[in-house]
Design a protein around this ligand. Structure first.
Ligand code: UDP
Length: 442
């Protein structure tokens, strides 16, 4: 009921009654361009990897086995690896193992698809109940697998070329038309499209003409066992930061879309306004090079030098979860200045650690951050606006404490358990509808 009637809002459902009804046993997850075994925060590995690991693990805990197909990127990799009980990663040979960029992958999709279909053909008929593809490259593979296996295709875009191209950072290259066409095909062919937020659902419907009845809104989660509030002083000591520093952090892949330069420019603006801050200001930039901006860390370092803030900016390599929690705890504010973000897991993780977030008012970030309650949203990317917002939180201890107190509660409103349960419900519904449509076609 209500205005969202045309959408399958699985957000508030817990438990998976319909799963039993449709006897879901095994899901094929397609993740062509990046492996759930990779460390997120660099290259092509980011939120999607975390999403797949977290949801697959929790689905397996609920008795549904998950097999993730990904491209083999080294000859040393075994054909399959058990990521967690009930979760298997299958490596598919498609093209040379190393030095094959994401933009070269469309030419390898046939090889990848052949590998996936052959793996299934070695199993008993009906091995998979559903195929869930992540990112448009996988969607292309899933489209064929769906038709061959007679199971529904559930697709998550993670990013959309039309949305990305409408919010390009200076110097960033637009996504090619071939990707837009490929996405349009997947949107048309998938049985269910998973969107993180209502905003993303509308993008699918308005920009890609998705059938609203196919769109399922499923918010992502946050690992609240790993990302917990903790002692800021201890975290700073472990990172070698002074206890009374003003610490601003950027966490994520270093690419134009993520806009770490906005934080650096804002820090320079803060120092221009308050030179005495130079003694205390620390800007942490955590993550590795990525995307079409493999030169970005160098460009960012050049910007840091040009703005004269080399003494306050510290670069850290991608951090695994437990170390990342330490970074979040050490920071007064985590900045998420992205030009676009379909959700922004970093924002949730920082808040789960009790750290307020200053984020761009784009994409899913207004859902990830409760404006004025657990952090602040900033319109646009002007360094003066960002400096003001960062100062407002980082330099006013009372206000910061208020936001910090609210942040973990806001983050706990999201949970990977609920995400996994909602996906399973969506799979079961899609399987039921798929079977019914096959029957009526007979
Ligand atoms: N991440 C990490 N270590 C790092 C930087 C990032 O493990 O040094 C993880 C982070 O915990 C988050 C993910 O990478 O879960 C990034 O997800 P987000 O949605 O913020 O951005 P995306 O990569 O999807 O664009």
């Amino acid at each position: 009921p209500g205005p969202d009637r045309s959408l399958h809002t699985a957000t508030s459902r817990d438990g998976i009654p319909s799963q039993a009804a449709h006897r879901l046993r095994r899901v094929a997850v397609l993740s062509v361009h990046t492996s759930p075994l990779e460390q997120p925060g660099t290259g092509d590995a980011g939120g999607m990897n975390v999403y797949i690991v977290q949801t697959a693990t929790r689905m397996a805990e609920r008795g549904v086995a998950v097999e993730v197909f990904t491209r083999a990127t080294s000859s040393d990799l075994p054909p399959s690896v058990e990521l967690a009980p009930g979760v298997t990663v299958r490596h598919v040979a498609a093209g040379p193992f190393e030095r094959l960029g994401r933009t070269e992958l469309p030419a390898q999709l046939c090889a990848f698809t052949a590998g996936v279909l052959r793996a299934e053909a070695r199993q008993e008929p009906g091995h998979y109940d559903v195929v869930h593809s992540h990112y448009w490259l996988s969607g292309q593979v899933g489209w064929l697998a769906r038709d061959r296996w007679g199971v529904p295709l559930v697709h998550t875009a993670h990013t959309l070329a039309k949305v990305k191209n409408a919010a390009l950072a200076d110097g960033d290259r637009p996504e090619p038309r071939s990707r837009v066409i490929g996405e349009e095909q997947v949107v048309a062919e998938a049985d269910r499209l998973v969107a993180n937020t209502r905003v993303e659902a509308d993008e699918l419907i308005q920009l890609y003409q998705a059938d609203p009845a196919k769109v399922l809104i499923v918010p992502p989660g946050v690992d609240v066992d790993r990302f917990t509030p903790g002692d800021q002083a201890a975290a700073r000591a472990e990172l070698g930061l002074p206890p009374h520093a003003v610490v601003l952090a950027f966490v994520g892949r270093i690419q134009p879309l993520k806009a770490p330069d906005v934080l650096v420019r804002a820090a320079a603006e803060m120092l221009a306004r308050q030179p005495e801050l130079r003694e205390r200001l620390v800007v942490l930039v955590v993550g590795g090079p990525s995307g079409n901006g493999l030169d970005q860390p160098e460009a960012l370092r050049a910007l840091v030098a040009a703005l004269g803030v080399g003494d306050v900016v510290r670069f850290l390599p991608p951090q695994p979860g437990p170390d990342l929690a330490r970074v979040y705890r050490a920071a007064d504010v985590v900045a998420v200045p992205s030009h676009n973000e379909s959700f922004g897991l970093v924002a949730l993780e920082a808040q789960a650690c009790g750290t307020p977030v200053v984020a761009a008012r784009v994409g899913g970030l207004p859902v990830a951050v409760a404006d004025g309650s657990s952090g602040l949203l900033v319109r646009g990317h002007h360094p003066v606006d960002w400096a003001r917002a960062l100062e407002r939180v980082a330099l006013r201890p009372g206000y910061r404490a208020q936001l910090a107190a609210n942040a973990p509660g806001h983050a706990r409103g999201f949970s990977w358990d609920r995400t996994a349960a909602a996906l399973l419900t969506g799979y079961a519904e899609a399987a039921g509808a798929f079977t019914a449509s096959l029957r009526s076609a007979q």
